[in-house]
Design a protein around this ligand. Structure first.
Ligand SMILES: Cc1ncc(C[n+]2csc(CCOP(=O)(O)OP(=O)(O)O)c2C)c(N)n1
Ligand SMILES: [Mg+2]
Length: 914
């Protein structure tokens, strides 16, 4: 198709050039004119006899020949002329009733607008958006009536990412379909009002039966759609999903395309030949403040980018009103004029009169003026754009759906705030428009023919015709034909059975003195789970080019790296045991260096239970520093989507990752994990803790169906993994966040203390316990804190409940319960910021002193780092003595001596600020 347009475009250009030449040097170039005409006629002949493909091949051959024979290099062009990609001749007939669909669309428009206007009349400043959907109504309605398949012939379904700010339109349609009651519509953006309301934007957390994808943080929709489309192919290639043919649609704003996430992964889509993916960009030429590209052309810019990336680009710029003008544009004058106008100027035409349009656009050339002399100013002003013309939109969608071998993008030109007239159509303020006065409501009502009398307009009432009205019957019938309503979110999977305990038993025993890092432990556990006959195939290991960093390369061979084409080369390490094996049914998603892409894969796999009825269990293993800090908003989206799975922050800890320095040493990801409400975060120290956590995690998410996901830090310091203590409370303690790991044997010592350790710093705590006992006669109990976040959550829950139930027996936070009666002050040491233990300080029954790693990392070895950050054994000893001194149990002279004996420099730099 592009080839045809190219050839047409080429002909236009040639004709334009020809016209110019003709004017300048008519006589001398007369021969050239004839020659050109002959070539064009020949091409027309080939086109009519051999078709577009043959003509395309011929042009390619010509270009090749010209280069070889005469060194002719055609100038590079990434764009085609500013015209529709699909010409009138190629346009398929519209398969529905245009009139009926126009009426339905008007009803949707009205109710979407009424929803926002009403909400703001009742509650000043509650917000909402009118103009985004107003510009996109045709794009959605054509899709709802003819394309969005809730179920196709093979039982598959389409997946749709709705543009977040278009939510009112999607609610309005669901209201007309009878799926959302009027009361909820009235409570748009008032979710806490009696009877419940509707969330401002798509949020599966808030409307778990309706919305599937949170899209309103712009840029996250497009990148997720790409990885979702790829994940669908992964499921199919691995035989986990049998039904096929569903499409992933992503409806996006043209302003949104500036987000790096929108464009950053588009080559993955073409590389993977994702013909199940369709982007629809609503090119209303505006974003929030003003034009997207006032001085340029967003459609052309996006065309160049996506064509360059190998996508099938379909431009839908001009509506049917332009067809005859374009067809009669023999000399390409009109298309040239269309191409030279900037978007800022086009926007001006949207708000100006037909006379202005005539004079400013066509008035530059008498021949252009002549082309439109049969049209009145009013007709000129109403010339529809492609994105508002159902026939053009239908043609574009059909071409995209039928395209094979590459993803498609539709660039549809529209007017922001379409139909709002003076209230905002095409104006810079339109994005923020939420209120319409009575006159403006009247104009909108009349323009779209909504049967609401003038005297009722003031309150912007909703309007829904009776169930048996032709409009409602038509729209219901269309959805029935397409398999049901959309969007609908539900859990489409059946729960898994519990994973056998036997997979984890080896880890309860420890390593019997051998050293192993928790990363090694985790990888071993993962490879065992991968072998499980039930859940093994459901596990999705996701790695952004760090498998070797984490010692995971053995998995390459064990389960293979997913590649949609298999392995087309002989890997360089073929003769080794652990060679780089790519396979069509490979299980590992080796994403390359993209944490954002990997996170999107985790989201796709972690929501497949709802989207595809498949309980895939993702493990995304990455450098912990590049998680929350870099892709925090995607993690937030995962939480909103009720995503399941495990984020595994590898090489974690500010002082445990030696040598790497400031950029890589993570001492705060657990702090950044605090805000995500349904994320369970653990910083385990021992192999058996990881075993308990993962086992319980799989159970809670995939057996019990809880809407939670996990963050687990693992480290790369080889340490001897101990056996799990036999007390039954240990298991519960690990999961709740705290248990006594090694009590002091000297229960009757005079000086007592309680020390919390987490992650690898636990081993420093254990060393400190020995020094304290041997050199300072302090008997300290050591506690393992696996999750400050869990302790904090539980304690807050108790405090809140107690506040609200003053007459009931107060609940005691878990942390207080288990520490009750533990003698002495409390000291906490972790590889994370001091604020993490301090978050639970008020529920610790005694004074707490927290040691942590606030500040920038350094390139150094572990011992030097722990000294610098003051989290090594000697600082833990000093902290313990200091807390005892505060309670007057030891004197300051003991502290001074200890500082000397332990070799601590009291004048050293403060790591938190240096
Ligand atoms: C990441 C992010 N940044 C900023 C916003 C605030 N915002 C909401 S809509 C909007 C403009 C959207 O323009 P466009 O993508 O062109 O959509 P349109 O409404 O024009 O269809 C902005 C800046 C947001 N929602 N997400
Ligand atoms: Mg826009």
């Amino acid at each position: 198709m592009l080839i045809i347009e190219d050839s047409i475009a080429y002909k236009h250009e040639v004709r334009v050039a020809e016209t110019q030449q003709t004017q300048q040097t008519q006589q001398t170039n007369g021969l050239e004119v004839v020659e050109t005409r002959e070539w064009l006629d020949s091409l027309d002949y080939v086109l009519s006899k051999g078709g577009a493909e043959r003509a395309g091949r011929l042009l390619q051959q010509l270009a090749l020949h010209a280069r070889r024979a005469g060194g002719v290099n055609l100038p590079f062009t990434a764009t085609t002329p500013y015209q529709n990609t699909i010409s009138v001749r190629q346009q398929p007939p519209f398969p529905g009733s245009q009139e009926m669909e126009r009426r339905i669309k008007s009803l949707v428009r009205w109710n979407a607008l009424a929803m926002v206007v009403r909400a703001n009349k009742i509650q000043e400043g509650i917000g909402g958006h009118i103009s985004t959907f107003a510009s996109a109504a045709t794009l959605y309605e054509v899709a709802f009536n003819h394309f969005f398949k809730a179920s196709n012939e093979s039982g598959d379904r389409d997946i749709v990412y709705f543009q977040g700010h278009a939510a009112p339109g999607i609610y309005a349609r669901a209201y007309l379909e009878g799926r959302i009651p009027k009361q909820k519509l009235q409570n748009f953006r008032r979710e806490l009002n009696p009877g419940g309301g509707l969330s401002s934007y798509p949020h599966p957390w808030l409307m778990p039966d309706f919305w599937e994808f949170p899209t309103v943080s712009m840029g996250l929709g497009p990148i997720q759609a790409i990885y979702h489309a790829r994940f669908i192919k992964y499921l199919e290639n691995r035989g986990l999903k049998t039904s096929t043919g569903g499409k992933v649609w992503a409806f996006l704003g043209d302003g949104e395309m500036d987000e790096p996430e929108s464009l950053g992964s588009i080559t993955l889509a073409s590389r993977e030949r994702l013909d199940n993916l369709i982007f629809v960009v609503n090119c209303n030429l505006q974003r929030l403040d003003g034009p997207v590209r006032g001085n340029g052309k967003i459609i052309q810019e996006l065309e160049a980018i996506f064509r360059g990336a190998g996508w099938n680009v379909i431009k839908c710029i001009w509506g049917g009103d332009w067809d005859s003008l374009i067809q009669n544009d023999r000399d390409g004058l009109l298309v040239r004029r269309m191409g030279e106008i900037t978007d800022g100027q086009y926007q001006k035409y949207f708000v100006e009169s037909g006379a202005y349009f005539r004079q400013n656009f066509f008035g530059t050339d008498p021949r252009l003026l002549k082309m439109v002399e049969h049209l009145s100013d009013e007709q000129l002003a109403r010339m529809r754009l492609g994105g508002h013309d159902p026939i053009k939109v239908h043609a574009a969608y059909k071409a995209a759906v039928e395209h094979t071998g590459a993803p498609s993008i539709i660039l549809a030109k529209t007017i922001k705030g379409y139909g709002l007239g003076e209230a905002g159509e095409g104006k810079n303020i339109t994005h923020q428009q939420k209120k319409l006065n009575d006159d403006e409501l009247q104009v909108f009502r009349s323009r779209f023919g909504i049967p609401i009398p003038d005297d009722e307009l003031h309150n912007a009432p909703f309007y829904r015709p009776a169930d048996d009205s032709p409009e409602i019957r038509y729209m219901q019938e269309r959805r029935k034909q397409l398999g049901g309503y959309m969007p609908v979110r539900k859990n489409r999977a059946t729960p898994l059975k519990s994973v056998p305990e036997s997979h984890f038993e080896e880890f309860y025993k420890g390593t019997e003195g051998r050293e192993a890092s928790t990363t090694m432990v985790f990888v071993r556990m993962l490879s065992k789970l991968l072998r499980d006959p039930e859940i093994g195939k459901l596990i999705v290991p996701i790695i952004p080019d760090e498998a070797r960093t984490f010692g995971m390369e053995a998995l390459f061979r064990q389960v293979g790296i997913y590649s949609s084409v298999g392995q087309l080369y002989e890997p360089v390490d073929m003769d080794t045991l652990l060679y780089y094996k790519e396979a069509k049914n490979g299980q590992i998603l080796e994403e390359g260096i993209t944490e954002a892409g990997s996170m999107c894969s985790l989201i796709s796999a972690g929501t497949a239970y709802a989207n595809h009825g498949i309980n895939t269990i993702p493990f995304f293993i990455y450098y912990s520093m590049f998680g929350f800090q870099r892709i925090g908003d995607l993690i937030w989206a995962a939480a909103d989507m009720r995503c399941r799975g495990f984020l595994v922050g590898g090489t974690a800890g500010r002082t445990t990752l030696a040598g790497e320095g400031l950029q890589h040493q993570d001492g705060h990801s657990h702090v950044l994990a605090l805000p995500v409400p349904n994320l369970i975060a653990y910083d385990p120290a021992f192999a058996y803790e990881i075993a308990i956590i993962i086992q319980d995690g799989i159970k809670r998410m995939y057996v019990d169906g809880e809407s939670i996901f996990y963050y687990l830090t693992v480290t790369n310091e080889p340490l001897p993994m101990p056996e799990m203590p036999s007390q039954p409370a240990v298991r519960e303690g690990i999961l709740k966040g705290l248990y006594r790991y090694r009590p002091s044997a000297k229960k009757d010592a005079k000086l007592r203390a309680q020390i919390f350790g987490s992650g690898t710093i636990m081993f420093e705590v254990l060393k400190a316990q020995e020094i304290l006992e041997k050199n300072y006669s302090v008997a300290a109990d050591v506690w393992s804190v696996t999750s400050y976040k869990e302790l904090y959550r539980d304690a807050n829950d108790c405090v809140r409940w107690n506040m609200l139930h003053p007459k009931e027996t107060p609940k005691v936070p878990y942390v207080t319960q288990v520490l009750q009666g533990a003698p002495g002050p409390f000291i906490a040491a972790s590889d994370y910021m001091k604020v993490l233990p301090e978050s639970i300080a008020q529920w610790v029954p005694g004074k707490l002193l927290s040691l942590g790693t606030d500040g920038f990392g350094r390139s150094e070895n572990r011992a030097a780092l722990r000294d610098f950050f003051e989290v090594d054994a000697k600082h833990i000893v000093l902290a313990t003595l200091t807390t005892l001194a505060r309670e007057n149990q030891v004197g300051s002279d003991v502290l001074e001596k200890a500082i000397r004996d332990l070799g601590i420099n009291p004048e050293k730099l403060n790591p938190a600020i240096s």
